[in-house]
Design a binder for this molecule. Sequence first.
Ligand SMILES: Cc1cc2nc3c(=O)[nH]c(=O)nc-3n(C[C@H](O)[C@H](O)[C@H](O)COP(=O)(O)OP(=O)(O)OC[C@H]3O[C@@H](n4cnc5c(N)ncnc54)[C@H](O)[C@@H]3O)c2cc1C
Length: 421
Amino acid sequence: MVDADQTFVIVGGGLAGAKAAETLRAEGFTGRVILICDERDHPYERPPLSKGYLLGKEERDSVFVHEPAWYAQNDIELHLGQTVVAIDREARSVRFGDDGTLVHYDKLLLVTGAEPRRLDIPGTGLAGVHHLRRLAHAERLKGVLTALGRDNGHLVIAGAGWIGLEVAAAAREYGAEVTVVEPAATPLHNVLGPELGELFAELHGEHGVRFHFGAQLTEIVGQDGVVLAARTDDGEEHPAHAVLAAIGAAPRTGLAEAAGLEMADRAHGGGIAVDEQLRTSDPDIYAAGDVASFPHGLFDTRLRVEHWANALNGGPAAARSMLGRGTAYDRVPYFFSDQYDLGMEYSGWAPPGSYDQVVVRGDAGKREFIAFWVKEGRVLAGMNVNVWDVTDPIQRMIRSGAQVDTDALADPHVPLESLAR
Ligand SMILES: Cc1cc2nc3c(=O)[nH]c(=O)nc-3n(C[C@H](O)[C@H](O)[C@H](O)COP(=O)(O)OP(=O)(O)OC[C@H]3O[C@@H](n4cnc5c(N)ncnc54)[C@H](O)[C@@H]3O)c2cc1C
């Protein structure tokens, strides 16, 4: 039974928004919960869009966070296909939808996520140029990959980040020819550094993906709307029947900026600036998930984390803060990826320049190992590749900040648990 005394509004129906709504009810909140999202689909998880769903191995129904009936059963007022266009902080209301519906809030949560960056080059508007963020994008791309595989067609991917690489793997499984164009010298350079990035270049090379490193796309050549080739800044031309722009995502901050909320410095990834309890500069407004930049106590910096686990845990953390039961949000960042027969998990945060050593435990050649990024004997991050059930000890090592013996860390005969205090 809803007691309309209090109204909590959630803007954005991704994983963070759906999990925040779930937590409000699980914590016993009896007021109105209104969830507004510009997508027409019920809240869904995005990781399958570049993996199982794209490959046709997972059903469409499997990606949704909750059954459609769950929202009504839990008195969540769901407004799908509706864009929130303005926040009036003085009146504490948001305006949404074609008819400009106004709804009052006592607390507001912004979980507006991120959107793919666009290539700003000639030819980017051709019908054969794709992005991947939404279910509809994945459905379209699935059709494109099927056709490319059938016709021996070429896909050019701009960007060797996680999405670019996962789609490259899927495209190869469909039988398409794939070229990945990447400005850095290795894939995933900004996350893994050169040492481990090379491993992904080898993996994809073995599966027939061609890389063009140290270059960027300058033009997509087409005729009558059809993609024919992709040109790079070093004068090369790659045959292409389709192009995927996988050059990262930008936080969707427009609404928050227009409302005058404080933003994080772009040098820290931008996003809506929140405190450790995910409160924005307005005490009645909170933010979480991909769009939020929070101060991370462990790494002594602001982080904006564009990963599934951060939406899964950040949405609920913000919901508890909205109820006055917040605690510092300091989860160790975590993400996963699957490419061909390689599965991996990464915990921590260790961009190039932040570590002085990479310690490998296990057989990197066989792609069954754990890599640790270490600074002055302290583990900053760990990545387990085709080795499972080690996230807990890895995260404990990162969290404790204790010095570890790097020889023992590299030795698979020394139990990891004995090193994690
Ligand atoms: C293809 C793909 C694969 C991925 N794979 C992995 C993976 O393997 N591992 C991993 O850890 N992470 C992965 N991620 C990242 C992960 O999915 C994101 O971190 C997560 O979706 C973020 O959730 P969110 O709720 O913060 O934002 P989103 O999922 O982006 O949801 C925000 C929602 O708000 C809506 N919205 C925005 N503005 C408004 C407005 N003004 N009014 C109404 N609605 C609005 C958006 O349309 C969207 O529906 C992947 C992402 C993608 C795109």
